[in-house]
Design a protein around this ligand. Structure first.
Ligand code: SF4
Length: 456
């Protein structure tokens, strides 16, 4: 890639150059998972005086494949390629002024029995193999502490940033949902896509202007105006289309390049899609930490261990407060948005957990995204969706678990179900599968309509 590699790395690098670092004065590089979310988060960072940039994505896949062995999960290959290509081009652009100490590359992680927690360690090893990239730090937020930002900004501002950052996640979800709601019914082809690009820039500017002062009302006023504009793009004479619920691994279901634009292909064959949101995962990490602390609290109490009991109680209350705050803000955004257009809301986490318990299908004790995907599918079915799609990287463990549990249930219930694994290769039969799935979803929708008519 035009830079010399060296062969030795040390484990010290994994603790010294992967973690939570001061962001002030650095250029924060944000990988593009969902395009809108990345840009809104970058706007929020800028509002707090942090120089943030969303990196281009997928163009570096060749590099990602060159510097991975092929055994890693596909998102690891994509993001490795993104950071390597970005740094290569930055070095070419800046020449001798290039200094990798000026950058912090943002790569969150999740604990649990799969490989997401290892991406940033692996990428550290790859970056360390280039002398000129050894000093770029990896800002690793972790789900172990519900993505706490401690140490990254001044203590006073960290709490405000967490609030504004979360708000940007929810608003980005709403903009995504606005696109999926309007595009299948647009009067003029391409109007919804062009509109959402403009809307994303406006909302990123709104977060830059009002994020740090936590003026959420101004941000919501801007969002409401955009929803009204989007409504005008829809043709009310187009009848409702079969509704498809989407779940799966967070990166693949969100990153349109990696999933070969699966939502657009479903729309091409006549569907309207609701994809699981990003805020759902953020809420899940707070919910799960609170749940773990509650288990620890009960165990310590039974053993009469005072200090751990108090510690678990303190943490449980802390995560409980975070979760209530997040749900309050999420409700606020959806309430304001839904006053203008009927957008799908997120499932509640306690409802998702009890959906799994009711049928004894899986447990939040096991963890991973399978908790959300299995229960999310059951909730889509309960709400009368006409089909469900599980999107994931080829060999992804939680999504394979989801598939094995859900597929027989969907067969029994006669709900169209599609597994959509991706690894960067183009399979000739993929579009035919989606087309067949959409035919089944259309049949399901027709049957549903006939049933409701005969019930009248
Ligand atoms: S969730 Fe799937 S793709 Fe992501 S790290 Fe785990 S196994 Fe890999």
């Amino acid at each position: 890639m035009g830079m010399e590699r060296i062969g030795s790395q040390t484990f010290r690098s994994l603790s010294e150059k992967v973690g939570q670092f001061r962001l002030t004065g650095k250029k924060v590089l944000i990988p593009q998972m969902n395009r809108i979310g990345g840009h809104l988060l970058a706007g929020t960072f800028r509002s707090f005086g942090v120089q943030a940039q969303v990196m281009e994505t997928y163009r570096g896949l060749g590099l990602g494949k060159e510097f991975t062995s092929g055994k890693e999960c596909f998102p690891c290959q994509v993001t490795t390629g993104d950071i390597l290509l970005h740094m290569k081009e930055e070095k070419e652009k800046l020449g001798p002024a290039f200094d990798s100490r000026n950058y912090i590359y943002f790569m969150p992680e999740a604990d649990g029995p799969c490989r997401f927690g290892m991406y940033n360690k692996y990428q550290r090893i790859v970056l360390d193999s280039f002398p000129e990239l050894q000093d770029i730090k990896i800002g690793a937020l972790t789900s172990k502490n519900a993505y706490s930002l401690d140490g990254m900004l001044d203590e006073k501002r960290t709490r405000s940033f967490r609030k504004a950052g979360y708000f940007s996640v929810v608003v980005a979800d709403v903009l995504d949902r606005l696109l999926w709601k309007t595009r299948p019914y647009e009067r003029e082809r391409g109007a919804a896509d062009a509109f959402i690009e403009k809307a994303m820039t406006k909302m990123a500017d709104a977060f830059e202007a009002y994020g740090a002062v936590l003026d959420f009302d101004r941000i919501l006023a801007e969002l409401e105006g955009l929803i009204e504009e989007a409504k005008a793009l829809m043709d009310p004479s187009i009848p409702p289309k079969p509704l498809i619920g989407m779940v799966g691994e967070i990166y693949l279901r969100t990153h349109v390049q990696s999933n070969q634009n699966v939502i657009r292909v479903i729309e091409k064959y006549g569907g309207e899609v609701v994809n699981a949101s990003i805020a759902e995962w953020v809420n899940y990490t707070s919910y799960d930490r609170k749940r773990e602390e509650r288990i620890g609290f009960r165990r310590s109490l039974k053993q009469f261990r005072i200090r751990p009991t108090v510690e678990h109680l303190r943490k449980m209350l802390g995560y409980g407060v975070d979760l209530s705050y997040q749900q309050m803000r999420q409700n606020q955004v959806y309430r304001r948005a839904k006053a203008h257009l009927d957008l799908a809301e997120d499932h509640r986490l306690d409802r998702l957990e009890s959906a799994l318990l009711e049928d004894d299908l899986y447990s939040f004790d096991v963890g991973t995204e399978a908790c959300l995907s299995i229960s999310g599918i059951l909730e889509y079915v309960r709400h009368g969706f006409n089909g469900v799609v599980n999107v994931y990287p080829f060999t992804c463990m939680p999504s394979t678990i989801t598939s094995s549990i859900v597929k027989p249930i969907m067969n029994r219930m006669k709900i169209p179900y599609l597994d959509a694994p991706y690894d960067g290769s183009y399979q000739p039969g993929r579009e035919a599968c989606i087309r067949t799935f959409m035919y089944q979803a259309q049949q399901h929708s027709n049957k549903q309509k006939r049933k409701s008519q005969s019930a009248l």
